[in-house]
Write a protein that binds this ligand. Structure first.
Ligand SMILES: [Mn+2]
Length: 386
């Protein structure tokens, strides 16, 4: 059991809204008492090995708090950080909870609302920077519409871009030095949300004023909701040098947002993801954006946090076993045939002529074995501990 105890080096983080979730859902009242931010940090301290805590501005400071109340909350929060050794990793802003954002924030049809959204974000960026955050996550929870009669989606993308350009410049101007991570999600839950996938975000980021400062924050549940392969989404972010943050949780395909404990629904997908992150040396925060079952009490919420981290570490160990496994290695040697005399390389007229004139035996190529059944079964057996 002790082999899978997390440490700060694992860079595991939790949001105040994750372990602090009181079990409320669209049909039911909270099933657990609401904890203060300081109490949530203490809970994470009890879980052990948690590096960081993340928050939306209003997870920490209620939207209607006066400066006196805000200072008292910050004081208690800082004291909890000090006694647990936990620090702030990522900051973000709540642009979805208040009725003012019912038609979106940066993409609202009302220019005053758009200005308020940027105003609120700048204050939130100051707050998180003051407490030590170095990653800024942007999840556009209401940036979309329930009816396409409402907004011009082309105009909406321009508004979105204007806001993000403004905020990135603000971060530079204030010396906050945030790296920004856009978090896509296809729907929430009735509305269609703009920039629904990692691919959409990457294309959008390329149009920004400072694309080098903006990456993505993929979340397992958000891609699975859309029926997409999350490991491939993360791979594209890694390939583009844009994996600035990651939200780990789990989700049944084809359902609304469930935010289950990481690895709890589909451990094989989780394994492929962890193997990808480890093989490609992802070194950012690993944030568990999930919450405990509605039936859990405080003790079980601690188990939820521990389980999230243990599952990652167990799967990391499985990835190590997979990479070291003689049968896997032998099969990979059979599958990967890189010793062709016809390597593509970069284009030249001569190489194109040579390739066109080459004698290539497609029947022989097609007859070469690809024992993927054997490879996948061995993968399953490693996962199942056989
Ligand atoms: Mn998330």
């Amino acid at each position: 059991m002790t082999a899978f105890n997390p440490s700060f080096a694992d860079k595991f983080t939790f949001g105040l809204w994750t372990v602090g979730n009181p079990g409320r859902d669209p049909f039911g009242q909270p099933t657990r008492p609401l904890l203060s931010p300081a109490e949530i940090v203490d809970l994470l301290g009890e879980a052990g090995g948690v590096l960081g805590v993340n928050f939306h501005d209003n997870d920490l400071i209620p939207i209607d708090a006066n400066p006196h109340e805000a200072n008292a909350i910050k004081r208690e929060f800082r004291a909890a950080l000090e006694r647990t050794g936990i620090r702030v990793g990522m900051g973000t802003v709540n642009l979805f909870g208040d009725p003012v954002f019912k038609d979106g924030a940066y993409t609202s049809n009302d220019a005053d609302v758009r200005a308020y959204a940027v105003h609120k974000t700048m204050h939130a960026m100051d707050l998180a920077a003051e407490l030590g955050a170095d990653i800024w996550v942007m999840w556009g929870g209401r940036e979309g519409c329930e009816t396409d009669a409402a907004k011009d989606p082309v105009e909406a993308l321009s508004r979105y871009r204007d806001a993000i350009n403004y905020l990135v410049n603000y971060s530079i101007d204030k010396g906050h030095n945030y790296k920004f991570a856009m978090e896509p999600k296809p729907n929430e839950p009735r509305g269609h949300i703009y920039l629904p996938t990692i691919g959409h975000c990457l294309a959008f980021i390329a149009t920004l004023e400072h694309p080098e400062l903006v990456g993505v924050n993929p979340e397992v549940a958000h891609e699975h909701m859309a029926g997409l392969n999350f490991t491939h989404a993360v791979a594209m972010a890694l390939w583009a040098g844009k994996l600035f943050h990651i939200d780990l949780n789990d989700q049944e395909f084809g359902r609304y947002d469930q935010d289950f404990r990481f690895g709890s629904v589909n451990p094989k997908h989780a394994f492929n993801l962890v193997r990808l992150l480890e093989d490609h040396s992802y070194s950012g925060y690993k944030h568990f954006d999930s919450h405990a079952y509605r039936t859990s009490d405080r003790d079980d919420v601690v188990e939820f946090a521990r389980g999230s981290m243990r599952s990652y570490l167990i799967l990391k160990d499985k990835a190590r076993q997979w990479n070291a496994d003689p049968m896997i290695q032998e099969l990979l040697g059979v599958i990967n045939r890189d010793n062709s005399s016809h390597q593509l390389g970069s284009y030249s007229t001569e190489s194109a002529t040579a390739l066109k004139e080459a004698s290539l035996d497609r029947t022989e190529f097609a007859s070469r074995p690809l024992p993927y059944e054997k490879l996948d079964q061995r993968t399953n057996e490693i996962l199942l501990g056989v």
